[in-house]
Design a binder for this molecule. Sequence first.
Ligand code: B12
Length: 293
Amino acid sequence: MNRSYSTTELAKMWGVSESSIKRWADAGTIKCQKTIGGHRKFDLDDVLEFQTRSGLITGDLALTKAAARSDSEMEGLLATLDFAELSHHYLTTALEGRYIKASTIVREAYLRGAKLAAIAEEIIRPAMKETGERWRRREVSVFEEHLVTSVTLQALAGLNSIIAKKQSAEKLALVGCSEGEFHHIASLMVQCLLESEGWAVIYLGPHTPLFSYADAIKKMEPSLVCISMTVTGNIEHASRDYQSLRRTASKHETKIVIGGQAVEDDSVRARFGGALYTATLYDLMEMLKRNDA
Ligand code: B12
């Protein structure tokens, strides 16, 4: 049996208001049925026919038969929060550049109760890792790696706009990357997570010299600084700058948390003495709960 759509679903999918859909339905421009409760229901064939005839809905917003099939599959994956499959679909969608669909996957997972840390660790991180592996095997090109990154940045921005935030956040955190670091997806995830836990966050972004975090501490007095490091870069330079950051942080009683692939290595981590280290966002959540940070 063909899938049918509600007014709300069509409005969301096509990016138009629900009243537009109702107006089109009441004028007979798009065929619809009414349920016993009086709600409008739109059959897949009528939806497809309306799209073709009206020419109003095009590109990424247009529903296709294949997409409708994958919509029902997606429904099942979202209902059970099957992270492995959701991550796989997320990557496929991102490689096609379908940022609205990719954003929908993470948004719907969140709305159905997935924790932000799980969305980051189980859906997005494996998809990014797989992208890196495929790039190394020359199965995807640089443009595709950039495409998946750009889709992910948009999906995170979408997620950040709907996460429940406390209105009067009192605790302030600075979040960013180290100097020379352009991998900034993880730091955006940290921002999202902290905000959902009631922190106010100042996001400094990629490629931020460590000494400038010290300047920011003096001006903004945050209680926490989170720094993401993926590639080691100039480690001598970074650990020299870190000493001034550490001194300033201890004077202002600011905790420093570092994370990222570069500091998975003990010898690299040893350069950043006094900082707390977390390997995953689950660990960060635990740390915040224990009030270590
Ligand atoms: C996307 C990507 C890029 C994009 C980044 C775009 C952007 N705006 O972010 C671009 C194309 C720019 C890029 C460039 C490069 N990249 Co790159 N990139 C990747 C890729 C595919 C995904 C990275 C990602 O976003 N992962 C998703 C995040 C969520 O995962 P994560 O970084 O592991 O973070 C998790 C944890 O580490 C932790 N965490 C991280 N930071 C923090 C911070 C805190 C406070 C906490 C609590 C936790 C935490 O939580 C996160 C969630 O679990 C990886 C592949 C991979 N395996 O990761 C390669 C990868 C990271 N890149 C790599 C390399 C070598 C490079 C380049 C040097 C390539 C080149 N020759 O130019 C440059 C370096 C650029 C630079 N100086 O930063 C290597 C790094 C190897 C290494 N460790 O040295 C990787 C691993 C690919 C590989 N297998 O070789 N890259």
